[in-house]
Ligand binder design. Structure first.
Ligand SMILES: [Cu+2]
Length: 470
């Protein structure tokens, strides 16, 4: 009964709505049947069948949770449960999530909607749900122990509030948080504006995804939950390249992409070929005077960013985290750099003992992506993805924005590779190369050393080696 009082209290002056919102305890007991998703594919936008109209979002490799209207209240049913998530073709992880997948489904509502979310706990331990960024009664904020009793296994709790502020939000547990987020429990939340909003533009395409990270040893199925920094899988919506779908748009579409970061480090997200504006965060729409053109925006831990741009350049444009080790998949962290080391003799000796042995990285690491070395079961190569010109040599947080003039409005299907107009692809040049002019003088610094070292020092760059502090 406490939660009912909170809900009615939060409605405040909406007296007329109170009676409509009053549901008998019998009706409360009849939970909406939970929708379960069985595939990791990007689902088409869920057009609202009831309630106020809005332009729905598209969740990258995800889906939106259907709801039912119950006496003017939008009712959703989340089921917290262990799931098997395909992170890339051929690689399945045993995670925790909601309604069959990790992350959970996107929840879409409209500003002013009265919302009731049932949360059923099918995990082996207690949980709770925190509605990140929302204005709501304190007892609905979902911090286990602080705002509510945690939801024990087998129990169902209801959260009720009014979606007061339009914007970009997320949800995640606030009970044994480190374990439950390391296992993949999180989801996106959009509150659409109820009318034209001076700071929220209408767009043609609106994509959403969460940045998340896992530590799963090659060949294993379950993330290590005690990892604090050295995660080895950098994912968008629990998918890693080449498992992340492309963002397919029509030329001249106005495109919005919303991202939230639930990893333990920041991610500078970079788009090729276009400039974008950061138009909002989980704090709300960004004032127009504070928007400046960018091609990279950093999404810090626990932050959300929404970017907008006019997709006016046709092509296949890379879209990725700019930390180069976040566009790689699982690898050992202790790989020494062997660039420039000739180890043919050593390789021949080892090959006598282990026939599949291959030396990595004497010319860099691109060889690995091209050769696709034999791997343990259930993992993906560190760098892979076949493009029209060869291996893309990427992994992790990488996808492609595909801009096509013949992509139909509302069509999100992959149009295939871009066909470059004649003469617009970088090309090989043959013939003799002139000796470059080089500066002869060394140094030139304004403050010369008092005493020069007797011998010049030359260093070799060794990267990557040793643990990476992300
Ligand atoms: Cu990153």
């Amino acid at each position: 009964m406490t939660s009912r009082r909170n809900f009615l209290g939060s409605i405040g002056t909406m007296t007329a709505a109170v009676s409509a919102a009053t549901v008998s305890r019998v009706a409360m007991a009849a939970l909406p049947e939970p929708a379960i998703q069985t595939t990791p594919d990007t689902m088409p936008p869920l057009l609202p069948k009831s309630g106020r109209p809005y332009n729905p979002v598209v969740t990258l490799n995800g889906w939106t949770l259907p709801w039912r209207m119950n006496n003017g209240v939008k009712e959703f049913h989340l089921v917290a449960e262990p799931v098997v998530r395909e992170m890339a073709p051929g690689f399945k992880a045993h995670l925790w999530g909601y309604n069959g997948q990790s992350p959970g489904p996107t929840i879409e509502v409209v500003e002013g909607d009265r919302v009731r979310i049932f949360v059923t706990n099918k995990l082996p331990e207690h949980t709770s749900v925190h509605w990140h960024g929302q204005r709501l009664p304190n007892g609905m904020d979902g911090v286990g122990g602080l705002n509510q009793k945690a939801i024990d296994p087998g129990k169902t709790f209801a959260y009720e509030f009014i979606a007061r502020r339009p914007g970009t939000f997320m949800y995640h547990p606030h009970a044994d948080e480190m374990t439950q987020m390391a296992m993949g429990m999180m989801g996106f939340w959009i509150t659409h504006p109820k009318a034209r909003h001076p700071l929220i533009e209408e767009v043609d395409r609106d994509f959403v995804f969460l940045l998340n990270a896992y530590d799963i040893d090659p060949g294993a199925y379950t993330p290590k939950i005690m990892t604090m920094l050295n995660f080895n899988l950098w994912s968008w919506n629990s998918r890693i390249f080449p498992g992340i779908d492309s963002l397919n748009v029509r030329k001249n579409d106005k495109v919005r992409i919303r991202m939230g970061n639930l990893t333990m480090t920041n991610h500078p997200i970079h788009l090729h070929g276009h400039e974008f504006l950061v138009t909002g965060t989980d704090g709300g729409p960004t004032p127009k005077s504070a928007r400046c053109p960018e091609v990279t925006t950093d999404v810090a831990v626990g932050q959300m960013r929404q970017i907008e741009f006019r997709a006016d350049e046709e092509g296949d444009w890379a879209f990725h985290c700019h930390k180069s080790h976040h566009t790689m998949n699982a690898m050992g962290h202790d790989v020494p750099t062997l660039i420039g080391v000739d180890h043919r003799g050593v390789a021949r000796q080892i090959t006598n003992l282990i026939p599949e042995y291959m030396v990595m990285s004497e010319r860099g690491m691109a060889d690995m992506a091209e050769m696709e070395m034999p791997l343990p079961d259930n993992t993906v190569p560190m760098m892979t993805g076949r493009g029209p010109f060869g291996s893309v040599e990427m992994g992790g947080m990488f996808s492609v924005v595909k801009v096509r003039k013949d992509q139909k409005p509302g069509d999100y299907k992959d149009p295939g590779w871009y066909k470059h107009p004649e003469g617009t692809v970088a090309f090989e040049v043959s013939g003799a190369i002139a000796e470059p002019a080089r500066f002869k003088s060394v140094g030139g610094q304004s403050m010369p050393l008092l005493k020069k070292p007797r011998k010049d020092v030359e260093v070799h760059i060794r990267k990557p080696s040793g643990p990476m502090q992300h």
